[in-house]
Ligand binder design. Structure first.
Ligand code: BG6
Length: 307
C-alpha cells in the first residue's frame, strides 16, 4: 500500500508516504517553510512544524493509533455531528475513525504543498447516518497550515451536518495563555447546563473549559504565554469551540497524559449548535481554517525583519 501511495502521489523530496504509529499510513509533507504529517486514518493532521517556530499542534503521547479509535491531539475531524446527539452514536461522528483515501497531491508556486483526501458513504456510514455524501479534506502546508473540509451532498434529499476541525494547539504554559477575538460574543457553557453566557475580554483558562461560542466569523488568536501567538482565520463557520479538560478530566481519559492540560488548548472551527448546516442535493459546504504561528513580538519570519 505504501509503495502504491508513493508511486501514485509521492512528489520527490516533498511528499512521501510511510507507516506511522500503530503501522497506520501517513503522509509527510516537506514544504519550504514547514513540515507536516497527515494520517490517512481520520485524514488527521498530527503535526505542523513551522521552521524556526516549533511544533504548532499538541499530540498526546498516550494516544491510540488504532483503526477503531480516534487519534488524540492534532486535528481530529468531527463529522457529521459534534458531540453525541444520541447515546448509541459515536461521539463526534465517524469521520475521525474512518480510513480516507488520498485523491491528489500538488505543489503550489508560493511554494506550499497540498494533499487532498476523500471519504464517501459506505454500508457502515449509512448504518449510522442514512445520507450519501462525498467529504474532501484539503491540507495546504506553507507558512500557514490551511485545512478545507468540503461536504458534497450526493443524495437526493437535503442533509444536515455539523463539523469541527478539533484543533489541539500546543502552548507553553496554560496559566499564561490568553485567547483573544471572542470578546462580546455569547457562549453555550457545556459544563453549566448549556446556559448561554456573555464573554467579556480575553479568555484565560484556570479550570475545565468546554464552550461553544456563537456568531464567531472572525479570527481568534492564542497568546501562548511565552514566545508565540497563533492566529486562526476561518470561513464557512460561525461557531468556535474552546476546550481544556483541566486536572480531573485529563486524569480520567486513558489516552491523555495527566499533566497534558498544561500544554494544550483546543480552539475548534466548527459548525455546531445553532450553526448546523443544511446542504441541498448537489451542493457543497466548505469549512476552512488557516492557522499561522508567529513570534509574540516582531514579524512572522526573520527574513521579513530585513526587507
Ligand atoms: C470537545 C467537546 O470538542 O471535545 C468536549 O466540546 C469533549 O465536550 C472534547 O470532551 C473531547 O472529546 P473526545 O471525544 O475526543 O474525548
Amino acid at each position: 500500500m505504501i509503495d502504491d501511495l508513493n508511486l501514485q502521489f509521492g512528489i520527490d523530496k516533498k511528499i512521501a508516504f510511510t507507516l506511522g504509529n500503530g503501522d497506520l499510513p501517513k503522509a509527510i509533507l516537506l514544504a519550504e517553510d514547514a513540515t507536516a504529517e497527515i494520517y490517512l486514518h481520520g485524514a488527521h493532521v498530527s503535526s505542523f512544524h513551522r521552521h524556526g517556530w516549533g511544533e504548532m499542534l499538541w499530540m498526546s503521547d498516550e494516544s491510540n493509533f488504532r483503526t477503531d479509535r480516534p487519534i488524540r491531539g492534532g486535528v481530529p475531524i468531527c463529522w457529521p455531528w459534534f458531540g453525541q446527539p444520541q447515546p448509541e452514536l459515536p461521539q463526534h461522528g465517524f469521520a475521525r475513525t474512518s480510513q480516507w483515501e488520498v485523491i491528489e497531491t500538488k505543489t503550489h508556486a508560493d511554494p506550499s504543498l497540498e494533499i487532498a483526501l476523500r471519504l464517501t458513504d459506505s454500508e457502515a456510514t449509512r448504518q449510522l447516518w442514512p445520507h450519501p455524501f462525498e467529504l474532501t479534506m484539503r491540507v495546504i502546508v506553507g507558512r500557514d497550515l490551511t485545512m478545507q473540509l468540503s461536504c458534497l451532498n450526493t443524495g437526493e434529499e437535503p442533509l444536515d451536518a455539523e463539523a469541527a476541525l478539533h484543533t489541539y494547539f500546543h502552548v507553553q504554559d496554560i496559566d499564561a495563555v490568553r485567547v483573544a477575538g471572542l470578546d462580546g460574543r455569547s457562549y453555550i457553557d457545556k459544563l453549566d447546563a448549556m446556559q448561554v453566557k456573555p464573554q467579556a475580554g480575553e479568555l484565560t483558562i484556570d479550570r475545565e473549559v468546554d464552550r461553544i461560542y456563537l456568531e464567531t466569523p472572525d479570527a481568534v488568536t492564542i497568546h501562548d504565554g511565552a514566545e508565540r501567538r497563533i492566529e486562526i482565520q476561518k470561513s464557512g463557520s460561525l461557531s468556535t469551540v474552546i476546550w481544556n479538560p483541566w486536572i480531573d478530566k485529563s486524569a480520567a481519559m486513558a489516552d491523555f497524559p495527566n499533566d497534558g492540560y498544561r500544554t494544550m488548548v483546543c480552539v475548534e472551527t466548527t459548525n455546531a449548535a445553532d450553526d448546523v448546516r443544511t446542504i441541498q442535493p448537489g451542493e457543497v459546504h466548505t469549512i476552512t481554517q488557516s492557522c499561522r504561528c508567529e513570534p509574540a513580538t516582531g514579524p512572522a519570519d526573520p527574513a521579513e525583519a530585513i526587507l
